[in-house]
Design a protein around this ligand. Structure first.
Ligand code: ZN
Ligand code: ZN
Length: 106
């Protein structure tokens, strides 16, 4: 299972989480740090990821390795499964990056 959210890089060099379906026309998103609409200039495709080597449990945790480790530890404790944490390309983000490039939005 993967999250529907993608990490967008905006013209102000901030990274904002947003669902691709919520991208407004002109490819602007709300920057939480600038508190303003900003143009998308890229997609941050690498994210921390944890996956279970036994069951289908998996989560993307953005820039937070800590969150991946914490969820992995909790899953191992409750299920006695073995998990793996890595910094990897999120396929959702790669798809969205390709979509924006095709639309010549970047
Ligand atoms: Zn900003
Ligand atoms: Zn598991």
């Amino acid at each position: 299972m993967t999250t529907a959210h993608v990490m967008y890089v905006t013209e102000c060099d901030h990274v904002n989480l947003c669902a691709p379906t919520l991208i407004q026309r002109g490819n602007h998103i709300w920057c939480a740090q600038c508190k303003d609409d900003k143009k998308i200039t890229g997609v941050h495709v690498f994210e921390w990821h944890l996956m279970c080597l036994v069951c289908r449990y998996s989560r993307w945790t953005g820039t937070s390795e800590h969150m991946s480790q914490r969820l992995a530890g909790a899953h191992e404790r409750t299920t006695l499964h073995k998990t793996e944490v890595s910094y990897a390309r999120n396929p959702n983000a790669v798809d969205e990056l390709n979509r924006l490039r095709k639309a010549k939005a970047l």
